[in-house]
Ligand binder design. Structure first.
Ligand SMILES: [Mn+2]
Length: 278
């Protein structure tokens, strides 16, 4: 069984279509989406239609919830946030919002003997960033069950999105994987003196997991494949004038950096890492 796992499309239709084409070419049996279909790009509606048609399982990301829910206190929010919420909500309809609000939080299955658990950000909340450079103890917490996980077992493999930065690590004989982002990929650690070609990062990222589906036997193989798909960024930006955050969106897609790197660097500082010195 070959399962493609995609995440964080963020309304980027060019990236999603290129990715779905690549997935079709590789003859996968099913597609799972880890959420954040909307918010950022100008095509959340089209992305939603594709995801609903193509994905067997879709989990809820923080943006799916944040930009679909009715904010009773919206007038008290900062003006820019009010604009973002109103703009994002104007691009989808009521039925889309209801669909996004009903999406499940977590999904799990056995594959070749391993319990594989999927969620958007962590087993307890959908908006906390656990980075590849976080401590082993922090990463270990990611394998533990919560009230929101289907089973109460400790997972063998966890697969998540949210941080837009693909990686894989082994901790206490367990496997932690971030699938990266389809529509808004970036590398968290950047240093212009040491960087390689940013075109490597701009590609859409996704994962294929292959093994004996629903088998609790360790006797068969399991594999994880990271795939990077190029797409037409200029075409994606053709209607950028419709985007209320077009400068940010253009910067993120073209530079492969989050529009506010100081925010990311602050996160690193909290971990005791000075990004200018690594
Ligand atoms: Mn997210």
């Amino acid at each position: 069984m070959k399962i493609a796992i995609i995440s964080d499309i963020h309304g980027n239709l060019e990236a999603l279509d290129a990715t779905l084409k690549d997935i079709a070419k590789r003859k996968v049996d099913k597609i799972i989406c880890l959420g954040d279909i909307i918010a950022k790009g100008t095509h959340p509606k089209e992305c939603l239609e594709r995801i609903r048609k193509k994905c067997e399982i879709v989990l809820q990301g923080n943006c799916d919830a944040h930009f679909s829910i009715e904010h009773k206190n919206i007038e008290e929010m900062p003006e820019q946030e009010q604009k973002r919420i109103k703009w994002n909500q104007s691009l989808i309809n009521k039925e889309d919002r209801e669909y996004l609000l009903k999406l499940p939080f977590c999904y799990e299955f056995y594959m070749s003997g391993s319990l594989v658990r999927l969620f958007h950000a962590t087993p307890t909340v959908n908006n906390k960033a656990i980075l590849n450079v976080d401590s082993i103890e922090t990463k270990y917490q990611m394998f533990l069950p919560s009230k929101k996980t289907p089973s109460q077992a400790v997972a063998d493999v966890i697969i998540y999105g949210h941080i837009h930065h693909p990686y894989m690590d082994k901790i206490y004989n367990k496997t932690i994987i971030n699938v990266g982002s389809v529509g808004n990929s970036f590398d968290a650690i950047r240093n212009k003196n040491k960087d390689s070609n940013v075109l490597e990062t701009t590609k859409s990222n996704y994962l294929i997991i292959e093994g004996e589906y629903r088998s609790q036997e360790y006797s068969s193989d399991i594999s994880f494949q990271f795939i990077k798909v190029p797409y037409d960024i200029d075409k994606e930006l053709e209607d950028e004038n419709l985007n209320i955050e077009k400068e940010n969106y253009r910067f993120e897609l073209k530079q492969d950096m989050y529009n506010d790197m100081t925010k990311i660097n602050e996160n690193f500082k909290k971990l005791g890492i000075d990004v200018d010195k690594i």
